[in-house]
Design a protein. Structure first.
Length: 95
């Protein structure tokens, strides 16, 4: 699945907070990926998680906002079938 869009007017990427194996390494994999995206000229990143990973997504967003030149926006919760929910955070790069 392609999680990046690179157009003439904007570059947008999605980072999933989903795998326990990645989370075992803490914030570092997400920080590394966000830095790579910023260096490639991406201006907007969405941090997306569902289920028991929504708190991890909050931690990722908080740390990225603290350590990188990005602005964080309020979370958006999207209900899916039944009680399931996806949480989305938006970050924009401060230029």
């Amino acid at each position: 699945m392609r999680l990046q869009f690179s157009g003439k007017l904007s570059k947008i990427a999605v980072m999933l907070v989903a795998h326990d194996i990645t989370w075992q390494h803490g914030i570092n994999p997400y920080l590394k990926r966000a830095n790579e995206l910023i260096n490639k000229g991406f201006e907007t990143m969405y941090i997306v998680a569902a289920g028991n990973k929504v708190e991890s997504a909050k931690e990722v967003t908080t740390e990225l906002s603290r350590q990188l030149p990005v602005k964080s926006y309020p979370k958006k919760d999207v209900k899916i079938i039944g009680k399931n929910m996806v949480r989305i955070y938006k970050l924009t790069v401060n230029i």
